[in-house]
Structures are given as structure tokens and as C-alpha cells.
Design a protein around this ligand. Structure first.
Ligand code: C5P
Length: 231
């Protein structure tokens, strides 16, 4: 696969002008953007539509965790925007993941990804909410549940990719945030890894945010990430 199709740049901005500036600086280099709750709330669905109109793929990171009827509604609206990936919380269980899949089947280009355990959570946090398994075990349990519900893949920390690829098989999408280039400070990445290591372990895509968007020259930073993935 062309490394450019494997790199998703996270536009974690709180206003549209900042996001537009990054998209313009990256130009044709970057094909795939992640829009999360911060930018969606600031810039609205028009921004997403405009990215799609420009020929970009969009990963809409809504992390849905709602009653199945509301999840279906949100998936239908996101599908109509033309996004390619959408996230739902695996912790919400089979019924909301199945509702998302059912709603997504009207949009052939839309992939539903399950978020297993958010990377900021520890074994203690899980224990506090009544989950006695470790984070590692819970990630695998929710990934299996997501696959049974028909999800197209999961979001995974770099360190979970190998185990997930072995249980999910070759076709599942494994999208990996929390990556930084070698030598770069891992910021707040709890279980970090490099883009290259994540792809080598079996990730289908990596999500790169501040490494690119906060760089003095975002296009040069994007090219560094791309070069790091070259065979
Ligand atoms: O850290 P970075 O700026 O590369 O983050 C890009 C995206 O990765 C964020 O939008 C966030 O959703 C996700 N992320 C994560 N876990 C972390 C750090 C970031 O899931 N520890």
C-alpha cells in the first residue's frame, strides 16, 4: 500500500482557520484526515463535507456511546457526509455496535471502527468501573466482540497491534493513534510506538496528530512520517 494511504492526520484544532491552514500546507501529500469532537464542534459538518469535496478521506472520530437508536441516527448522518471511517465505543456493547453496522450498510464506503479501551485508561481505572480484567485482556475481549458485531476494525495502541492482528485476521482494519517518530518526545502517549513499528506489527493505518500539525513545517513533517514507512 502507498504509505500516503496509511497515514491519517488528526486535525485536533479548535477553529476552522487553523484546520484549513494545515490542509492547505499539506496539499496533495495528505489524503486522509481525522476530525474529532473538538473540530466538529468548532467548524461543523460543513468542514467535513468540504474535505470530502476536495477528494480527501475523512475519519470522523465521534466515539459513539449512546442508545442504539441514537447511534444509528448519527451513523446515517455521518454516512451522508461521505466519511470513510467512524468510531463507536466497544464498551457500549454488541447492541450499539450492531446498530452502527446496520446503519452503515447503506453507505458502502463507510467503515465502522470500535474503540476498545481508551489509551489513557489503566487497570485501576477499569477496576474503578467494575471491570476486573486488565487493560490488555479487555482490549482483546472488546475487539472480539466488535468483530462478532460486524465492525470493520478497531482502534488500537501501538503495543496492542500484534495481538489484535493475530485474533482479528488479515482483513480487519487496525488503526493506531499514539505514535511518534523515533527521537521525538512521546507527548501524552501512554503506550507509545513509532508509525513504522505499528505498521510492521500489522496496523493498517496510523493516526498522526501533533507531530505534523504542530510542526514548524507540517508538509516536511508529513514527508518524514511517510519516509519512515517506506520499505
Ligand atoms: O498525539 P497526537 O497529536 O498524534 O494524537 C492524534 C490523535 O490520536 C488524537 O486525536 C487522539 O484521538 C489520539 N490519541 C490517542 N491516545 C493518545 C494520544 C492521542 O488515542 N495517548
Amino acid at each position: 500500500m502507498d504509505p500516503r494511504s496509511q497515514i491519517i492526520v488528526a486535525l485536533d484544532c479548535d477553529d476552522r482557520a487553523a484546520a484549513d491552514a494545515v490542509v492547505e500546507q499539506l496539499g496533495g501529500e495528505c489524503r486522509f484526515y481525522k476530525v474529532g469532537l473538538e473540530l466538529l464542534t468548532a467548524a461543523g459538518p460543513e468542514f467535513v463535507k468540504d474535505l470530502v469535496t476536495q477528494g480527501k478521506e475523512v475519519f470522523l472520530d465521534l466515539k459513539l456511546f449512546e442508545i442504539p437508536n441514537s447511534v444509528s441516527g448519527a451513523v446515517r448522518v455521518a454516512g451522508a457526509l461521505g466519511v470513510s471511517m467512524l468510531t463507536v465505543h466497544g464498551m457500549g456493547g454488541s447492541s450499539i455496535m450492531s446498530a452502527a453496522i446496520e446503519a452503515a450498510c447503506h453507505f458502502p464506503g463507510l467503515r465502522i471502527l470500535a474503540l476498545t479501551v481508551v489509551t489513557s485508561m489503566t487497570d485501576t481505572d477499569l477496576n474503578d468501573i467494575g471491570v476486573s480484567d486488565s487493560v490488555d485482556k479487555q482490549v482483546l475481549r472488546l475487539a472480539r466482540l466488535a468483530q462478532e458485531a460486524g465492525c470493520h476494525g478497531v482502534i488500537a495502541s501501538p503495543q496492542d497491534v500484534t495481538a489484535l492482528r493475530s485474533i482479528l485476521g488479515p482483513d480487519a482494519l487496525i488503526v493506531t493513534p499514539g505514535v511518534s517518530l523515533p527521537g521525538e518526545s512521546p507527548a501524552d502517549h501512554a503506550r507509545p510506538g513509532t508509525p513504522r513499528a505499528a505498521i510492521a506489527a500489522g496496523a493498517s493505518h496510523v493516526v498522526v496528530g501533533r507531530t505534523v500539525t504542530r510542526a514548524a513545517d507540517p508538509a516536511a513533517a508529513f514527508r518524514l512520517v511517510r519516509a519512515s514507512l517506506a520499505p
